[in-house]
Write a protein of this length. Structure first.
Length: 283
């Protein structure tokens, strides 16, 4: 094999996944993208939800705001996998997989990280994306409604009865990844929209998550608090990491500072191979 080809970098793939909408996947994806860009990495991104296109609209808003305000913002190499046309389900599935494989092949060679935002439902394309993950991040609202997709609990004792639908899908994705290239998926569940109050329900969710994490093999990460600032930034496409960029309003409130700290805490917990990817970038 040609030495240049053998040393070619391969991007670390981060997948945002959860089969429930409104869990904060897109907000988390965009802030991870922004933080990696600000750290000097090349980042590719893929939106697997061609219907809602939330990550795509976030990035479009970002470009529109930057153009309107004559500000240069860091941008990922973004792609959305469009819905395919076909006479049968298998034809549609195969066409979408072929497009995804082509996009992934290029992005993994040309970038240090690839961030994939998956739909809030179980689709063939979502399963394909999950099986590509090096790091799988599952944001979940801090409630038993969201927990139900990961695990089942006894309503009387709150003891774990077993894994649920999404956990079983992740298990299948881990097996597919192992068979494909021997790789492993580091699964990280982040408790999102945390209340600042110490409530009994909050402690119960934390307890059952810790129990389930030991049973089925995921790590817990600190998520984002219930802060309006995360939702307010979507129309402009900005993230908390952009607020000190040239041309962007640099006035930071205490809420901004606290939210930035939450993003940094998440990044630290993910334990991404930043040093290794930095070496790839310098080649």
């Amino acid at each position: 094999m040609n030495e240049a080809v053998s040393e070619r970098r391969t991007a670390h793939v981060i997948v945002l996944g959860n089969e429930k909408g409104g869990s904060g996947k897109t907000t988390t994806a965009m802030h991870l993208i922004s933080m990696l860009l600000h750290e000097g990495f090349k980042v590719g991104s893929i939106d697997l939800d061609s219907r809602q296109r939330s990550l795509t609209r976030y990035i479009e808003n970002r470009k529109g705001w930057a153009d309107a305000n004559n500000v240069k913002l860091l941008m990922p190499d973004h792609h959305v996998i469009a819905r395919a046309q076909g006479e049968t389900v298998s034809e549609v599935r195969d066409a979408e997989k072929a497009e995804f494989d082509g996009v992934m092949a290029r992005l993994k060679v040309e970038n240090d990280f690839v961030v994939i935002d998956s739909p809030g439902s179980d689709t063939p394309l979502s399963r394909i994306g999950h099986a590509m993950a090096d790091t799988l991040v599952t944001p979940m609202n801090d409630s038993f409604v969201d927990f139900d997709l990961i695990g089942r609990v006894d309503p009387q004792t709150y003891r774990i009865k077993g894994p649920s639908l999404y956990s079983e899908m992740v298990w299948e994705s881990r097996k597919r990844r192992l068979m494909a290239d021997g790789g492993e998926i580091d699964w990280v569940v982040m408790r999102n929209r945390l209340s600042h109050l110490d409530a009994k329900n909050k402690r119960r969710v934390e307890s059952v998550l810790e129990d389930l994490s030991q049973r089925i093999g995921f790590r817990l990460a600190p998520g984002f608090g219930e802060r309006v600032i995360f939702r307010e930034m979507f129309p402009s496409g900005l993230t908390l990491l952009d607020l000190r960029s040239e041309g962007v309003d640099t006035s930071l409130s205490m809420s901004h500072v606290a939210a930035r700290a939450e993003v940094r805490a998440l990044m630290d917990t993910l334990n991404l191979p930043l040093d290794a990817q930095a070496q790839h970038s310098s080649r």
